[in-house]
Design a protein around this ligand. Structure first.
Ligand code: BGC
Length: 247
């Protein structure tokens, strides 16, 4: 079944039609820069443009870069404080008339990988960590998602969260080499490994394409692999969320 999957990120909004049975994209990807400021009104307008681009009348699954409860945004995250408390599915439905299922972006990427990619048929605890503008997480036990975990918000030191120390956006803004950044990621993964003892980590987000350039710095025993769908995992998983009616 074809669903329009949309991955809303801190810097880009990416969409494609997805065959949710196979996890394959059935259209070209379309990208729109995330509007700044990323207020609900401006992002809803960008979603309208995305829907118009595909001339799509059917269901839409949307990965959203904040924790959510039943489609309601709990924090503004890296978007805008005005998002807090917004019923995101309702806002987008009012805008475009389509039916939406909203899921956390990292949960979406994890769903795609557990179903079709690096986490397929993996039992035990599998943790998807997305490295992009923020750090997102999706935790799976025997293939089943524990939604809305926020492992990027684990405290690092002096009240600062790991996301502000080790996200890919921090690598860029502080002009860190991949080796320097990798050392920061080592501290992060070592800590998450200690508190959750997973069987496998999957790295998603923009950084997944460059795993070879920093993986040597992360010296933990637990295997770490790149998302097989790389940055497309977020789009594929968003579409799957619509199919499974995760709300
Ligand atoms: C948000 C998460 C999101 C992650 C990646 C974090 O700032 O709190 O919900 O998954 O960024 O976008």
């Amino acid at each position: 079944m074809n669903i329009l999957g949309i991955d809303i990120g801190g810097t880009g909004i990416k969409g494609a039609l997805v065959d949710t049975k196979t996890g394959n994209l059935t259209s070209e990807k379309h990208r729109i820069a995330t509007p700044r400021p990323a207020t609900p009104e401006k992002v809803a307008n960008a979603i309208q443009r995305m829907v118009n681009h595909f001339n799509w009348k059917g269901a839409i699954g949307c990965g959203f870069p904040t924790p959510l409860l039943h489609g309601k945004c709990l924090t503004g995250g890296n978007l805008h404080e005005e998002w807090k408390g917004v019923q995101v599915d309702q806002l987008f439905t009012n805008k475009t008339g389509n039916e939406y299922s909203i899921v956390n972006d990292a949960d979406a990427a994890g769903l795609a990988e557990i179903s079709f990619g690096a986490g397929k048929n993996k039992m035990g605890v599998v943790i998807m960590i997305t490295l992009g503008t923020g750090i997102g997480s999706g935790i799976f036990l025997d293939g089943k998602l524990l939604p809305n975990t926020e492992l990027g918000h684990v405290l690092y030191k002096n009240g600062e969260i790991f996301e502000k120390y080790a996200a890919d956006s921090v690598r860029k803004s502080e002009k860190l080499t991949r080796k320097e950044w990798g050392k920061r990621l080592h501290k992060y993964f070592d800590h998450i490994n200690l508190i959750l003892s997973p069987d496998l980590f999957i790295i998603g987000g923009g950084a997944s394409k460059k795993l070879g350039k920093f993986i040597d710095q992360i010296k933990i025993d637990t295997p770490i692999v790149a998302a097989e769908a790389e940055n497309e995992a977020g789009i594929i998983g968003a579409a799957m969320a619509a199919n499974f009616q995760i709300k």
